[in-house]
Design a binder for this molecule. Structure first.
Ligand code: FES
Length: 335
Protein backbone atom coordinates (compact mmCIF):
# COMPACT_ATOMS: atom_id res chain seq x y z
CA UNK A 1 0.00 0.00 0.00
CA UNK A 2 1.49 3.40 -0.94
CA UNK A 3 2.84 5.54 1.87
CA UNK A 4 2.13 9.27 1.76
CA UNK A 5 4.65 11.49 3.52
CA UNK A 6 3.65 15.02 4.41
CA UNK A 7 7.00 16.68 4.06
CA UNK A 8 6.37 19.90 5.93
CA UNK A 9 5.09 18.08 9.01
CA UNK A 10 7.20 14.93 9.06
CA UNK A 11 4.16 12.70 9.31
CA UNK A 12 3.09 9.90 7.01
CA UNK A 13 0.17 7.55 6.44
CA UNK A 14 -0.80 4.60 4.28
CA UNK A 15 -3.29 5.14 1.46
CA UNK A 16 -5.03 2.28 -0.28
CA UNK A 17 -4.78 2.55 -4.06
CA UNK A 18 -8.55 2.83 -4.35
CA UNK A 19 -8.77 5.55 -1.70
CA UNK A 20 -8.04 9.25 -2.16
CA UNK A 21 -5.16 11.04 -0.46
CA UNK A 22 -7.64 13.15 1.46
CA UNK A 23 -9.92 10.41 2.76
CA UNK A 24 -7.08 8.06 3.74
CA UNK A 25 -5.51 10.89 5.76
CA UNK A 26 -8.81 11.56 7.54
CA UNK A 27 -9.22 7.84 8.28
CA UNK A 28 -5.83 8.04 10.03
CA UNK A 29 -7.09 10.95 12.13
CA UNK A 30 -4.97 13.57 10.33
CA UNK A 31 -6.28 17.09 9.77
CA UNK A 32 -6.01 17.18 5.96
CA UNK A 33 -7.99 20.34 5.10
CA UNK A 34 -11.17 19.83 3.08
CA UNK A 35 -14.76 20.87 2.74
CA UNK A 36 -16.75 19.54 -0.23
CA UNK A 37 -14.94 16.23 -0.92
CA UNK A 38 -16.07 16.41 -4.57
CA UNK A 39 -13.54 18.65 -6.34
CA UNK A 40 -15.30 22.00 -6.04
CA UNK A 41 -14.01 24.02 -3.09
CA UNK A 42 -10.21 23.72 -3.44
CA UNK A 43 -9.63 23.36 0.31
CA UNK A 44 -7.76 20.05 -0.12
CA UNK A 45 -5.19 21.40 -2.62
CA UNK A 46 -1.66 20.04 -2.03
CA UNK A 47 1.61 20.04 -3.93
CA UNK A 48 3.00 16.74 -5.18
CA UNK A 49 6.76 16.75 -4.54
CA UNK A 50 7.52 13.20 -5.67
CA UNK A 51 5.70 10.02 -6.60
CA UNK A 52 2.78 9.40 -8.95
CA UNK A 53 -0.97 9.71 -8.59
CA UNK A 54 -4.07 9.00 -10.63
CA UNK A 55 -6.26 12.08 -11.07
CA UNK A 56 -9.95 11.27 -10.89
CA UNK A 57 -11.20 14.56 -12.31
CA UNK A 58 -8.61 16.41 -14.38
CA UNK A 59 -10.87 19.40 -14.99
CA UNK A 60 -12.22 19.74 -11.47
CA UNK A 61 -13.44 23.33 -11.00
CA UNK A 62 -11.15 23.89 -8.02
CA UNK A 63 -7.96 23.44 -10.10
CA UNK A 64 -6.63 26.08 -12.49
CA UNK A 65 -3.85 25.94 -15.12
CA UNK A 66 -1.37 27.55 -12.70
CA UNK A 67 -2.04 24.78 -10.16
CA UNK A 68 -1.41 22.18 -12.85
CA UNK A 69 1.95 23.75 -13.76
CA UNK A 70 3.04 23.73 -10.12
CA UNK A 71 1.97 20.12 -9.55
CA UNK A 72 -0.80 21.27 -7.22
CA UNK A 73 -3.63 18.77 -7.01
CA UNK A 74 -6.75 18.00 -5.04
CA UNK A 75 -6.54 15.52 -2.20
CA UNK A 76 -10.16 14.49 -2.78
CA UNK A 77 -9.52 13.80 -6.48
CA UNK A 78 -6.22 11.89 -6.46
CA UNK A 79 -5.31 8.30 -5.72
CA UNK A 80 -1.70 7.23 -5.21
CA UNK A 81 -0.04 4.86 -7.68
CA UNK A 82 3.27 4.88 -5.75
CA UNK A 83 4.70 6.25 -2.51
CA UNK A 84 4.34 10.04 -2.53
CA UNK A 85 5.81 13.07 -0.80
CA UNK A 86 3.41 15.97 -0.58
CA UNK A 87 3.35 19.49 0.79
CA UNK A 88 0.29 20.70 2.66
CA UNK A 89 -0.41 22.39 5.97
CA UNK A 90 -2.74 20.22 8.03
CA UNK A 91 -5.30 21.48 10.54
CA UNK A 92 -5.79 20.49 14.13
CA UNK A 93 -8.47 17.82 14.45
CA UNK A 94 -11.61 18.35 16.53
CA UNK A 95 -11.69 15.56 19.07
CA UNK A 96 -15.48 15.26 18.75
CA UNK A 97 -15.13 14.02 15.18
CA UNK A 98 -14.98 10.33 14.34
CA UNK A 99 -12.67 9.35 11.47
CA UNK A 100 -14.60 8.27 8.36
CA UNK A 101 -15.08 4.59 7.53
CA UNK A 102 -16.46 2.70 4.53
CA UNK A 103 -19.13 0.05 5.02
CA UNK A 104 -22.14 -1.55 3.37
CA UNK A 105 -25.70 -0.44 4.13
CA UNK A 106 -29.07 -1.74 3.00
CA UNK A 107 -32.05 0.36 1.90
CA UNK A 108 -34.90 -0.35 4.32
CA UNK A 109 -37.46 2.39 3.75
CA UNK A 110 -38.45 5.15 1.33
CA UNK A 111 -40.71 7.95 2.53
CA UNK A 112 -41.97 10.34 -0.14
CA UNK A 113 -42.06 13.89 1.19
CA UNK A 114 -43.03 16.03 -1.80
CA UNK A 115 -43.51 15.55 -5.56
CA UNK A 116 -39.70 15.40 -5.99
CA UNK A 117 -38.18 14.71 -2.58
CA UNK A 118 -37.98 11.61 -0.45
CA UNK A 119 -36.22 10.29 2.62
CA UNK A 120 -34.13 7.15 2.04
CA UNK A 121 -33.40 5.13 5.15
CA UNK A 122 -30.50 2.68 5.22
CA UNK A 123 -29.46 0.12 7.79
CA UNK A 124 -25.86 -0.79 8.54
CA UNK A 125 -24.28 -3.17 11.00
CA UNK A 126 -21.63 -0.48 11.51
CA UNK A 127 -23.20 1.69 14.21
CA UNK A 128 -23.83 5.24 12.99
CA UNK A 129 -21.30 7.58 14.58
CA UNK A 130 -21.59 11.10 13.33
CA UNK A 131 -22.40 14.59 14.54
CA UNK A 132 -25.63 16.40 13.65
CA UNK A 133 -25.11 18.21 10.33
CA UNK A 134 -22.35 15.97 8.93
CA UNK A 135 -22.48 14.25 5.56
CA UNK A 136 -21.40 10.98 3.94
CA UNK A 137 -20.26 9.89 0.48
CA UNK A 138 -22.57 7.33 -1.07
CA UNK A 139 -21.46 4.82 -3.64
CA UNK A 140 -24.59 3.72 -5.50
CA UNK A 141 -24.85 0.50 -7.56
CA UNK A 142 -24.08 1.16 -11.24
CA UNK A 143 -23.44 4.89 -10.69
CA UNK A 144 -19.94 6.20 -11.29
CA UNK A 145 -18.32 8.28 -8.54
CA UNK A 146 -19.76 9.15 -5.16
CA UNK A 147 -22.62 11.39 -4.06
CA UNK A 148 -22.21 13.66 -1.03
CA UNK A 149 -25.39 13.71 1.06
CA UNK A 150 -26.06 14.99 4.56
CA UNK A 151 -27.58 12.67 7.11
CA UNK A 152 -31.03 13.89 8.13
CA UNK A 153 -31.11 11.92 11.39
CA UNK A 154 -28.71 11.72 14.33
CA UNK A 155 -26.62 9.04 16.02
CA UNK A 156 -28.79 6.09 17.02
CA UNK A 157 -28.37 2.57 18.28
CA UNK A 158 -30.67 1.10 15.60
CA UNK A 159 -28.09 1.32 12.79
CA UNK A 160 -30.07 3.82 10.68
CA UNK A 161 -28.68 6.38 8.27
CA UNK A 162 -31.28 8.67 6.68
CA UNK A 163 -30.79 10.94 3.69
CA UNK A 164 -33.22 13.38 2.05
CA UNK A 165 -32.80 13.42 -1.71
CA UNK A 166 -34.29 15.82 -4.23
CA UNK A 167 -34.74 14.62 -7.79
CA UNK A 168 -32.43 16.50 -10.15
CA UNK A 169 -33.32 16.49 -13.83
CA UNK A 170 -30.71 14.36 -15.64
CA UNK A 171 -28.91 13.53 -12.36
CA UNK A 172 -27.55 9.97 -12.41
CA UNK A 173 -27.48 9.72 -8.63
CA UNK A 174 -31.04 10.90 -8.18
CA UNK A 175 -32.13 8.63 -11.07
CA UNK A 176 -30.86 5.70 -9.02
CA UNK A 177 -32.70 6.87 -5.92
CA UNK A 178 -36.05 7.59 -7.57
CA UNK A 179 -36.17 5.15 -10.49
CA UNK A 180 -33.94 2.20 -9.61
CA UNK A 181 -33.66 1.81 -5.85
CA UNK A 182 -35.60 -1.02 -4.24
CA UNK A 183 -35.89 -2.08 -0.63
CA UNK A 184 -33.00 -4.41 0.17
CA UNK A 185 -30.54 -2.77 -2.28
CA UNK A 186 -27.06 -2.39 -0.91
CA UNK A 187 -24.85 0.69 -1.18
CA UNK A 188 -21.48 1.70 0.28
CA UNK A 189 -21.47 4.56 2.76
CA UNK A 190 -18.22 6.40 3.46
CA UNK A 191 -18.35 8.85 6.32
CA UNK A 192 -18.81 10.92 8.32
CA UNK A 193 -17.39 14.09 6.80
CA UNK A 194 -18.01 17.80 7.14
CA UNK A 195 -17.37 20.70 9.48
CA UNK A 196 -20.84 22.26 9.73
CA UNK A 197 -21.85 20.14 12.71
CA UNK A 198 -23.79 21.31 15.72
CA UNK A 199 -21.65 23.04 18.37
CA UNK A 200 -23.25 22.04 21.65
CA UNK A 201 -21.11 24.36 23.78
CA UNK A 202 -22.61 27.53 22.31
CA UNK A 203 -25.25 29.26 24.41
CA UNK A 204 -26.70 31.21 21.52
CA UNK A 205 -30.09 30.12 20.13
CA UNK A 206 -29.91 28.83 16.59
CA UNK A 207 -31.55 29.57 13.28
CA UNK A 208 -31.50 26.80 10.64
CA UNK A 209 -31.77 27.97 7.04
CA UNK A 210 -32.47 25.44 4.32
CA UNK A 211 -33.24 25.25 0.64
CA UNK A 212 -33.96 22.10 -1.40
CA UNK A 213 -32.43 18.90 -0.04
CA UNK A 214 -30.47 21.06 2.44
CA UNK A 215 -33.44 20.48 4.74
CA UNK A 216 -31.88 17.08 5.57
CA UNK A 217 -28.81 18.56 7.26
CA UNK A 218 -30.99 21.09 9.11
CA UNK A 219 -33.29 18.37 10.46
CA UNK A 220 -30.22 16.62 11.82
CA UNK A 221 -29.00 19.86 13.45
CA UNK A 222 -32.46 20.50 14.90
CA UNK A 223 -32.72 16.94 16.24
CA UNK A 224 -29.29 17.28 17.87
CA UNK A 225 -30.27 20.63 19.34
CA UNK A 226 -33.23 19.13 21.18
CA UNK A 227 -31.50 15.83 22.00
CA UNK A 228 -28.73 17.76 23.77
CA UNK A 229 -31.26 19.88 25.64
CA UNK A 230 -29.91 23.10 24.19
CA UNK A 231 -33.38 24.48 23.66
CA UNK A 232 -33.52 27.49 25.96
CA UNK A 233 -35.52 29.18 23.24
CA UNK A 234 -37.51 27.88 20.30
CA UNK A 235 -35.51 26.72 17.35
CA UNK A 236 -36.26 28.53 14.12
CA UNK A 237 -36.18 26.51 10.93
CA UNK A 238 -36.69 28.60 7.80
CA UNK A 239 -37.20 26.60 4.63
CA UNK A 240 -37.05 28.34 1.26
CA UNK A 241 -39.03 26.70 -1.56
CA UNK A 242 -39.88 27.62 -5.13
CA UNK A 243 -43.57 26.68 -4.98
CA UNK A 244 -45.89 25.45 -2.26
CA UNK A 245 -45.64 21.93 -3.75
CA UNK A 246 -42.03 21.85 -2.50
CA UNK A 247 -42.94 22.32 1.15
CA UNK A 248 -42.25 19.48 3.54
CA UNK A 249 -45.14 19.06 5.93
CA UNK A 250 -44.63 20.26 9.50
CA UNK A 251 -45.80 16.89 10.91
CA UNK A 252 -42.85 15.17 9.27
CA UNK A 253 -40.47 17.85 10.57
CA UNK A 254 -41.77 17.60 14.14
CA UNK A 255 -41.76 13.81 13.98
CA UNK A 256 -38.17 13.71 12.75
CA UNK A 257 -36.91 16.15 15.36
CA UNK A 258 -38.73 14.20 18.06
CA UNK A 259 -39.22 17.13 20.36
CA UNK A 260 -42.24 18.23 22.25
CA UNK A 261 -40.68 21.71 22.51
CA UNK A 262 -42.03 24.36 20.21
CA UNK A 263 -40.31 24.82 16.89
CA UNK A 264 -40.80 27.81 14.62
CA UNK A 265 -41.00 26.27 11.16
CA UNK A 266 -41.49 28.86 8.41
CA UNK A 267 -41.84 28.17 4.71
CA UNK A 268 -40.91 30.93 2.32
CA UNK A 269 -42.10 30.48 -1.25
CA UNK A 270 -40.30 32.37 -4.03
CA UNK A 271 -42.71 31.65 -6.92
CA UNK A 272 -46.04 31.30 -5.14
CA UNK A 273 -49.26 30.15 -6.77
CA UNK A 274 -52.14 32.63 -6.47
CA UNK A 275 -53.71 30.45 -3.76
CA UNK A 276 -50.62 30.63 -1.48
CA UNK A 277 -51.25 32.86 1.53
CA UNK A 278 -48.04 32.20 3.47
CA UNK A 279 -44.61 33.88 3.34
CA UNK A 280 -43.51 34.97 -0.10
CA UNK A 281 -40.11 35.92 -1.51
CA UNK A 282 -36.55 34.83 -0.96
CA UNK A 283 -35.23 33.18 2.17
CA UNK A 284 -32.51 35.80 2.79
CA UNK A 285 -35.01 38.65 2.65
CA UNK A 286 -37.32 36.82 5.01
CA UNK A 287 -34.47 36.36 7.51
CA UNK A 288 -33.32 39.96 7.24
CA UNK A 289 -36.84 41.25 7.83
CA UNK A 290 -37.37 38.98 10.84
CA UNK A 291 -35.74 41.25 13.44
CA UNK A 292 -35.43 44.99 14.00
CA UNK A 293 -31.90 46.40 13.72
CA UNK A 294 -28.60 44.71 12.97
CA UNK A 295 -27.41 43.96 16.49
CA UNK A 296 -29.92 41.22 17.22
CA UNK A 297 -28.51 39.11 14.38
CA UNK A 298 -25.27 38.71 16.33
CA UNK A 299 -27.10 36.92 19.12
CA UNK A 300 -27.79 33.75 17.08
CA UNK A 301 -25.82 30.84 15.64
CA UNK A 302 -26.71 30.06 12.03
CA UNK A 303 -26.61 26.70 10.29
CA UNK A 304 -27.37 26.63 6.60
CA UNK A 305 -27.57 24.17 3.71
CA UNK A 306 -28.94 24.64 0.23
CA UNK A 307 -28.19 26.00 -3.24
CA UNK A 308 -24.97 28.05 -3.67
CA UNK A 309 -26.75 31.36 -4.40
CA UNK A 310 -28.83 31.00 -1.25
CA UNK A 311 -25.76 30.35 0.91
CA UNK A 312 -23.88 33.23 -0.68
CA UNK A 313 -26.63 35.81 -0.16
CA UNK A 314 -27.19 34.69 3.43
CA UNK A 315 -23.47 34.75 4.15
CA UNK A 316 -23.05 38.22 2.66
CA UNK A 317 -26.08 39.60 4.47
CA UNK A 318 -24.96 38.20 7.81
CA UNK A 319 -21.20 38.74 7.72
CA UNK A 320 -20.80 41.88 5.64
CA UNK A 321 -24.02 43.78 6.22
CA UNK A 322 -24.74 42.76 9.83
CA UNK A 323 -21.22 42.00 11.10
CA UNK A 324 -22.20 38.60 12.47
CA UNK A 325 -18.93 36.88 13.52
CA UNK A 326 -17.93 34.21 11.03
CA UNK A 327 -17.72 31.59 13.79
CA UNK A 328 -21.48 31.97 14.37
CA UNK A 329 -22.17 30.69 10.83
CA UNK A 330 -21.78 27.06 9.76
CA UNK A 331 -22.21 25.50 6.34
CA UNK A 332 -20.34 23.05 4.13
CA UNK A 333 -19.49 24.30 0.69
CA UNK A 334 -20.52 21.63 -1.84
CA UNK A 335 -19.84 23.79 -4.91
S1 FES B 1 -12.04 20.25 -3.67
FE1 FES B 1 -11.35 18.67 -2.39
S2 FES B 1 -12.44 18.99 -0.57
FE2 FES B 1 -13.29 20.45 -1.91
Amino acid sequence: MPRITIETEESSYLCDQDDTLLRAALREGLGFPYECNVGSCGMCRYQLLSGTVEQLWLDAPAINPRDKKKQRMLGCQTRPTSDCRIKIRTNSVDKEIDPPKKFAAKLVKITHLTHDMAEFKFFSYTPPKFLPGQYALLNLPGVEGVRALSMSNIVNSDGYWCFIVKRVKGGKGTFWFFDRAAIGDQIIIDGPYGHAWLRINSERPIICLAGGAGIGAMLSIASGYYKNNLAQSSLRLYYGCRTSRDIIHKDYVVDTIRSSAEIIYSNIVSEPESSWTGNKGMLDRFLFESFEGKEVYKSFDYYMAGPPQMIESLRRGLIIERQVPIENIRYDQFY
